[in-house]
Design a binder for this molecule. Structure first.
Ligand SMILES: [Fe+2]
Length: 272
């Protein structure tokens, strides 16, 4: 194996059937359309990762509907999740326990490490040539994010034991500012602790996140960091408080491809 392809969808904000979001966007249709596109893509995909705000209100019926929509995925690939501020870990777990992440099964995935239960929804997928590390940053009933000390300890162990220096790290809340007044106010509260770990180990090449509802490319702790657009609606650049009306830009998702010797590259796929 010398290639990995991870499709990242973010901020799907699924609602119950036939319900629109408060801003009148149809999040249910948007995810269905994204799944149709993924079904029709003509390249190999190793897994689908949805980086938080899976549903709008964090209630069980919304997760049931999310699962129904995801069942239309006709590729035999694992569907992975991390949670965002709109999610609820208890409601999510009641619906998705059978798919997350223990039952995932793909020949390219060597091992799923989620042994440390104190790290909650953090886990690691070993693709041999590189690891996908999914870190929980959601805090129940809070819009901002934080990585718990247990999750940081767990991450330290994963990074210490990694022989690859091209790992990819995924979380919902960005650890770096994006100069949106609204989003910077509800970003990750403890980026310094993450930064210290990443700078020490120097073996994460790409960080991917969601939350901001825009595609942004920047850097953090010596790594490239990419913000995934929302699959439903986008917020303005430099969003000011009281002016959080979506822009009407095309939604999209990201396709992250790893090639040996070349490392990670990210493609934006618009949802049309
Ligand atoms: Fe969101």
């Amino acid at each position: 194996m010398d290639e990995i392809c991870i499709v990242q969808i973010s901020d799907t904000h699924v609602r119950m059937p036939d319900r629109l979001l408060k801003n009148n966007f149809d999040s249910n249709y948007a995810l269905k359309r994204a799944i149709e596109i993924i079904n029709a893509e003509n390249y190999t995909i190793d897994c689908l990762l949805i980086t938080g705000d899976l549903v709008e209100e964090g209630i069980e019926d919304e997760y049931v509907h999310l699962k129904q929509i995801l069942n239309h995925l006709n590729r035999k690939i694992p569907v992975l999740f991390c949670l965002g501020n709109h999610d609820d870990i208890d409601a999510f777990s009641r619906v998705f326990l059978d798919r997350f992440p223990q039952t995932l099964n793909k020949s390219s995935i060597v091992d799923i490490n989620s042994l440390d239960t104190k790290a909650e929804l953090s886990y690691c997928i070993d693709f041999q040539i590189s690891k996908l590390i999914v870190l929980n940053s959601s805090v129940k009933d809070e819009a901002w994010g934080k990585i718990s000390s247990d999750a940081l300890d767990w991450l330290e162990k994963i990074l210490s034991n990694s022989v690859s220096d091209t790992n990819i790290l995924a979380l919902h809340h960005p650890p770096v500012r994006c100069f949106s007044e609204v989003m910077d106010n509800i970003s990750l509260k403890n980026p310094d602790e993450l930064e210290e770990l990443l700078l020490f180990h120097k073996n994460v090449q790409l960080i991917i996140c969601g939350h901001v509802h825009r595609s942004i490319f920047t850097s953090f702790a010596g790594s490239q960091i990419v913000f995934c657009p929302s699959a439903v609606f986008q917020y303005p650049i430099f969003m000011k408080r009281g002016n959080s009306v979506p822009t009407g830009e095309q939604p999209g998702f990201h396709v992250h491809i790893f090639k040996k010797k070349l490392g990670w590259s990210t493609h934006l796929r618009l949802i049309t």
